[in-house]
Design a protein around this ligand. Structure first.
Ligand code: NAI
Ligand code: 2YC
Ligand code: MG
Length: 279
């Protein structure tokens, strides 16, 4: 499991705000609006209890504080417990937390103590980053000429998924449900074969010349997106850390990149445990 570092979180507050603006530009919905539309849930002044966990690699500097920023930024009341681990869980419950956020090295979860719902960071991260691309419309550098009747462009429904792990797999499931034409790649060819045998997806051929307006990436490596698959105005949605594309290629192709280390996935987890709402 690739663990966050305090350096990964150093610019998290600005990144969350900037990515929310980009998500709104691409999809017409704010991040919170998108989460409400996806999960059909909404916050009702729940109090969020954040519990530092010392297991495994131990407490990560700024991790709990980043969760607290995310809760408060989206209008929720939250607190970090003074105690850690089990004592922290008890403290959170006694202080009236409605939702618990806590993470060890293997799982980062949200648990709603009132309705029993529980959500998992890798699943919710894959889902939200994929939904952003499912709903994004682009001119793909083609302008009006490339537009179809419904305002979509050729290639608007094709997506390349790089990284078929614990985040990439829920993402490809979201793309399939969203009617996207999914191409997949992973350095682990056995994983590619396993995924292609299980899902209606196609193998991306790294030796080929296919280009994509939409690319999803979730790997722990930098520079995983080949220049030759980029188009002018391609959109990349990537929870992967470090970033999968260089600033030089972003500039050269006018690429829009949704990438943020923790907050987007955290809001998706919270909407995954809020109560359902009508409409
Ligand atoms: P994982 O280890 O389950 O999956 C990673 C997959 O990428 C593996 O199948 C591996 O074979 C593949 N891979 C590795 N190097 C590659 C390369 N150069 N090209 C193509 N495929 C490659 O990891 P997981 O849990 O899916 O996380 C993926 C990344 O997402 C990690 O960097 C993790 O830190 C990050 N992450 C970010 C979050 C956020 O909110 N931004 C939340 C959760 C995870
Ligand atoms: O500070 C703490 O409470 C630590 N126990 C938190 C450990 C988080 C470990 N997980 C990760 O770094 C990755 C993140 C990308 C989000 C999910 N897993
Ligand atoms: Mg995130």
């Amino acid at each position: 499991m690739a663990l966050l570092t305090p350096e990964d979180l150093a610019n998290m507050t600005n990144a969350l705000i900037e990515n929310d603006r980009l998500i709104t530009e691409l999809t017409g919905l704010s991040l919170a609006g998108l989460c409400r539309d996806i999960y059909k849930t909404a916050p009702k002044n729940e109090k969020i209890g954040i519990i530092p966990i010392t297991a495994g690699g131990g407490i990560i500097g700024s991790f709990s504080e980043s969760l607290l920023f995310t809760a408060r930024h989206f209008g929720m009341d939250g607190f970090i417990t003074k105690n850690t681990d089990v004592a922290g869980y008890y403290e959170a419950v006694m202080k009236g937390a409605d939702i618990i956020l806590m993470a060890d090295d293997l799982a980062y979860i949200a648990q709603n103590l009132r309705n029993g719902k529980i959500s998992h960071n890798q699943i919710c991260t894959g889902r939200i980053y994929a939904e952003i691309l499912c709903r994004a419309k682009s001119d793909g550098g083609k302008g009006a000429a490339g537009k179809k009747a419904d305002g979509a462009n050729d290639g608007d429904n094709e997506v390349l998924v790089i990284g078929l792990g614990k985040v990439g797999t829920p993402a490809l499931e979201t793309f399939i449900k969203g009617g996207q034409d999914v191409y997949v790649f992973d350095v682990d060819s056995n994983r590619v074969d396993e995924i292609v045998s299980k899902y209606p997806v196609k193998k991306y051929d790294p030796a080929g010349s296919k280009t994509f307006l939409k690319i999803f990436e979730a790997t722990p490596c930098a520079g995983t997106i080949p220049e030759k698959c980029l188009l002018q105005g391609s959109m990349i949605s990537t929870p992967g850390i470090p970033c999968c594309i260089s600033d030089e290629l972003i500039e050269k192709y006018g690429v829009r990149v949704v990438q943020e280390p923790l907050g987007i996935g955290t809001l998706s987890m919270l909407y995954g445990v809020f109560d359902e709402v009508k409409g």
